[in-house]
Design a protein around this ligand. Structure first.
Ligand code: FMN
Length: 420
């Protein structure tokens, strides 16, 4: 990812940049992967974003880290460090690993089952938040007069003992500037949505049309009170693949050209990947999917169901499907001139389908530059997008409150330091 690209996003006043991740290369037909190098060789997100933090001032920096093949202590420390390094701009995209091959790098022969992954994730997030509260905000007094660096009463041991983790703490990193860095998620299954309602502050789950977006919006926000949360504590931002032209005809030509560039072998592999690894290499692209081969997946059943439903409903051939689904990987694609794209975004935003969008053009940086130069000014003119950052932290810019420490409500004990 080039710094200039991120600086462009910051000049355009984007909330955040978001980096996906996996703890493995993708597996598949190596001949095909050599034509489709995405997620084969790339940097670890917290390391990359720490470097980017030094080149930016306002934009949020959201890193993906899996709860399935990490330990909470390491994640808490890495994300807290990023929050300090960036002066309160860090976020953590909590995933349970959609790449089943991650298992092979962590002493397992098979990916952890879906329900168990989410059970582990729930406990994982609780432990991470607890570790972030290890130190009170004002624990580091650095008082020369009493030769005291920190106040011992303001340090807390978590002493967590749960089904998946035993973690004593405390974290060897001061409380993050945001209290807790912002938590993002993209659950689409029932378990995933409950997890998001309980923990997430940003959700990236895709939606294909306004009705689907509204129903997801109401569903997810409606689940939050059960977990003691208010609906505005979570911002829903589904992915959007904008293909922008100065005219609609120009945008259509651009889109057709981009679609035509998907190599048929890559198209089949794209589908095979999300359909649980079934072999499609012998299937002619002008035929329908061999539905009888699809048995289920250890990855995401919600993703698999969505693809199969879409293909069956519209009797799509393999080529139709990889062009529609594969180009944007399940995110919605919008093709049009700046006004058409802005109309659509405004409609979804004003009609309670979304709180924002994750802009994911199928080509970068050109597709992103088109969006920034042509669509962002139109959204700003209509007053539905900021012209200046509102605050300093990612939380402030998203309008999310800073969480109090879990120890803040505990009866305060007289501190050794204060007593001196
Ligand atoms: C925009 C977006 C980004 C995602 N990024 C990652 C990622 O970086 N790593 C990963 O393992 N899964 C990623 N996922 C997959 C989700 O975490 C989730 O597993 C998927 O949406 C299916 O939901 P489910 O787990 O509830 O079945 C992403 C999903 C979306 C929509």
């Amino acid at each position: 990812m080039r710094p200039r690209f991120i600086q462009l996003a910051e000049r355009a006043k984007f909330d955040l940049i978001f980096i996906r991740d996996s703890a493995a290369t993708r597996d598949g037909r190596i001949e095909v992967l050599s034509r489709w190098p995405q997620y084969m060789a790339y940097f670890e997100p917290t390391a990359l974003l720490s470097a980017i933090a030094a080149l930016t001032e306002h934009i949020g920096l959201v890193a993906t880290l899996t709860t399935s093949y990490n330990e909470p202590y390491n994640v808490a420390r890495r994300v807290a460090s990023l929050d300090h390094i960036s002066n309160g701009r860090a976020g953590w995209n909590v995933v349970t690993s959609s790449n089943v091959s991650e298992a092979f790098n962590f002493g397992r022969d098979q990916h952890i089952a879906h329900a168990e992954r989410y059970e582990r994730a729930l406990e994982f997030v609780d432990v991470v938040k607890g570790l972030w509260d290890s130190w009170d905000d004002d624990a580091f007094v650095r008082d020369r007069a009493t030769s005291r660096y920190f106040d011992p009463a303001k340090l807390h041991y978590l002493d967590h003992r749960g089904k998946h983790f035993r973690v004593r703490g405390p974290l060897n990193c001061a409380r993050p500037p945001q209290g807790h860095p912002v938590l993002a998620q993209a659950g689409a299954s029932e378990t995933g949505k409950n997890f998001a309602a309980a923990t997430a502050e940003i959700v990236f789950t895709p939606a294909q049309n306004l009705r689907e977006a509204q129903s997801f919006y109401q569903d997810l926000k409606g689940r939050m009170p059960k977990f003691g949360r208010q609906p505005d504590e979570l911002k829903i931002m589904p992915g959007l693949n904008p293909v922008v032209g100065r005219t609609e005809a120009e945008a259509r030509d651009k889109h057709d050209y981009l679609q035509s560039l998907i190599h048929p072998d890559v198209g089949r592999e794209l589908l095979s990947w999300d359909l649980g690894g079934i072999d499609l290499s012998d299937v002619p692209v002008d035929q329908e999917l061999p539905y009888e081969r699809i048995k289920g997946t250890l990855g995401s059943t919600s993703t698999l169901d969505r693809i199969v439903e879409m293909a069956k409903a519209e009797k799509m051939t393999v080529r139709d499907l990889y062009r529609r689904y594969g180009g944007a990987r399940g995110q919605q694609t919008l093709v049009g001139d700046p006004k058409m794209i802005a109309d659509h975004m405004e409609d979804w935003f004003l009609n309670h389908g979304v709180d924002g969008f994750l802009i994911q053009p199928s080509v970068s940086p050109a597709g992103f530059r088109d969006f920034v130069e042509l669509v962002v000014p139109e959204l700003q003119r209509r007053g539905v997008f900021r012209t200046e950052y509102e605050g300093r932290s990612l939380r402030e810019n998203l309008g999310l409150a800073r969480p109090a420490s879990r120890y803040a409500r505990a009866v305060s004990q007289p501190s050794d330091y204060a007593a001196e």
